[in-house]
Design a protein around this ligand. Structure first.
Ligand code: SAH
Length: 229
């Protein structure tokens, strides 16, 4: 672990730190131009050092608006998509208690933790989860809990959640996650479109009457996979 994930001090924080603050501000300007309007989201994205979540060799590309490899065939999500999903979840309501499925490197979890009451994040690949723990340690986010497991089953013991966010694409909305969504709660997830090699963001809103789904932007996420690894 120490090799794959050296401490921040060993990563020349002064050098990368200065540049990253400026490039991060540029990333936020770009997000604004792309249509992200919620200042709270932009502020959180400006505050989380994305370069700490990618390998050193990729750190100089950390603020490009693109997904980047994080090992194990997985990727860190594109900043625009992270901002867009969170903005949709917190439109005219608080994020409240959040469940994230697919911790990956922990980047989105860190952004969420700055905006939500509590965040529970599940990752199925143990080594990635350990890496995320290392990435997140020095940010000292007291309201963030990470767990190793199959996120399609949600987290019964912490349910219900006001907000649920998936970072991996499923063919349909996992039933357990629908059950664990609070009334008045919202879920945002990439869904695979039937019979096509395409995905779309879908917003699910739960009310007293049931669930309402709205299909939104086309996206491209890694697949939601079953079981732990
Ligand atoms: N949230 C990350 C994105 C990680 S990519 C970010 O901030 O960039 C999506 C992650 O979902 C991968 O790490 C993958 O291993 C994980 N994943 C896929 N299926 C899963 C499942 N059923 N339960 C939990 N995690 C899952």
């Amino acid at each position: 672990m120490a090799e794959a994930n050296p401490s921040r001090a060993a990563r020349n924080p002064a050098g990368i730190g200065m540049t990253s603050q400026r490039t991060r501000a540029r990333m936020v300007d770009r997000l604004r131009e792309q249509g992200i309007g919620d200042e709270r989201v932009l502020e959180a994205m400006a505050a989380v050092p994305r370069h700490l979540f990618v390998e050193e060799a990729l750190a100089s590309r950390a603020y490009e608006d693109t997904a980047l490899p994080i090992g194990f065939g997985q990727t860190i999500s594109q900043p625009f998509v992270v901002a867009r999903m969170i903005e949709l979840l917190m439109h005219e309501r608080p994020l409240g208690r959040v469940l994230e499925v697919g911790t990956g490197c922990g980047y989105q979890a860190a952004v969420l933790a700055r905006l939500a009451l509590e965040v529970y994040s599940i990752e199925r690949i143990r080594e990635l989860l350990e890496r995320a723990r290392g990435n997140l340690r020095e940010l000292r986010l007291k309201n963030l809990r990470l767990a190793h497991g199959d996120g399609a089953a949600g987290m019964e013991k912490a349910a219900p959640f006001d907000s649920v966010i998936l970072a991996a694409a499923a063919p349909q909305v996992p039933q357990a996650l629908l059950r664990q969504l609070a009334r008045g709660g919202r879920m945002i997830l990439p869904l695979r479109e039937r019979g096509a090699d395409a995905q779309r963001l879908v917003l699910v809103e739960r009310s007293r009457l049931g669930y309402a789904e709205t299909a939104l932007d086309p996206v491209r996420f890694v697949p939601l996979q079953a079981g732990k690894a």
